[in-house]
Design a protein. Structure first.
Length: 350
């Protein structure tokens, strides 16, 4: 006969489950980015998968493979290709001492500064280049980790798509709140993901393309490189395209190209910035929007964890956290209301 009661055995089992869960979570911290990427891609690919399988009657496994290959061609390969281009360009600029001397000379011409401030600016520019290079994943330096992460992500994503009903039913079953709140969380998480990944990604891509096109038309150097940088920077509402096109335009003015500088400033502040507001308004009406404060704080949280992908994952994590708090508050209020109703004596007992 056991020395533990039924309740004690359950409590011991619960402690073991929590301990093992914490150990597993700690062991998975290195691939947390891959797991989060899997959830994001599943949310994005799920509508297309269901349409092809349930409406067009395509084979489920073939459709999943086709969507995975499409995501590799459309998302993964361009991202790592552009990342490699940015890393190479930053390395070239860091090794080009003449470039820094010319840049500092132009800055001094625009804003007269002393020798100490000039040294501080020079050191800051070099450190900024090193920091920026570390943000982008390199296929050369981290090939093994990148390939391992991608294999894991697509392995999980394939089975999540093929067995989507089992996966979603398990989420609802084991969610720590009632079914209606679990479904509400899933819907709002989907809208949040679309708003931040698809919506903000589209806005950033448009702004980066416009900056690149303007740089090319006005004769600026490296328009593609600066367009890519603008695309990444545009994920942060406080910074955005002005961080790129304003210094570039001022340097053009300092070089004597006043027309190219002022035209860039006019296009930047009239078109490129305002197109953000127009597109954001349209996207907010379709799938919702993420508050700029959440985006900025999320970026601060996400970049140390995920590198350049933290521009997307950071705001998502913070949005999911806030959403969970709202769900919890709703459940707590409903439970409190139910308890109050139970304590009210029935009419026949009065």
């Amino acid at each position: 006969m056991s020395i533990f009661s039924y309740k004690q055995r359950n409590n011991i089992t619960l402690v073991i489950i929590v301990a093992l869960g914490c150990l597993i979570a700690f062991s998975l911290q290195g691939i947390f980015g891959s797991i989060l990427s899997t959830l994001v891609l599943y949310t994005i690919l799920r509508p297309g998968y269901l349409y092809l399988v349930e409406v067009k009657r395509w084979n489920a496994r073939l459709t999943a493979v086709l969507l995975l290959l499409t995501s590799i061609v459309v998302i993964v390969l361009p991202f790592y290709g552009l990342s490699s281009m940015v890393i190479t360009k930053i390395a070239e600029l860091q090794s080009d001492h003449i470039y820094y001397k010319n840049l500092l000379f132009k800055i001094k011409h625009l804003v007269p500064v002393g020798a100490e401030v000039q040294n501080l600016i020079e050191e800051g520019i070099k450190k900024m280049g090193t920091w920026a290079a570390e943000l982008f994943p390199s296929l050369i330096s981290g090939a093994f980790n990148i390939v391992l992460g991608l294999l894991l992500m697509y392995f999980l994503l394939y089975f999540m798509l093929v067995e989507h009903e089992t996966f979603e039913n398990a989420l609802v079953k084991y969610a720590p709140f009632r079914e209606q709140n679990a479904l509400r969380f899933a819907e709002e998480m989907r809208n949040t993901t679309y708003a931040n990944v698809v919506g903000q990604g589209f806005i950033s891509l448009v702004q980066g393309s416009l900056v690149s096109l303007c740089f090319y038309a006005l004769g600026y150097t490296d328009p593609l490189f600066w367009g890519v940088i603008t695309t990444f920077v545009s994920f942060v509402p406080v910074l955005g395209p002005p961080v790129i096109f304003v210094p570039a335009a001022l340097l053009q003015i300092a070089n004597g190209n006043a027309v190219g500088g002022y035209v860039m400033l006019a296009i930047g502040f009239v078109v490129i910035i305002n197109i953000d507001n127009v597109l954001r308004f349209i996207i907010a009406k379709k799938v919702g929007n993420i508050h700029p404060i959440i985006t900025v704080i999320g970026v601060v949280i996400g970049i140390p964890l995920f590198g350049i992908l933290g521009l997307v994952f950071g705001p998502l994590l913070l949005s999911y956290f806030i959403l969970l708090i709202r769900i919890y508050e709703t459940s707590a209020l409903a439970s409190e209301r139910l308890e109050r109703i139970k304590t009210i004596p029935a009419e026949d007992e009065l």
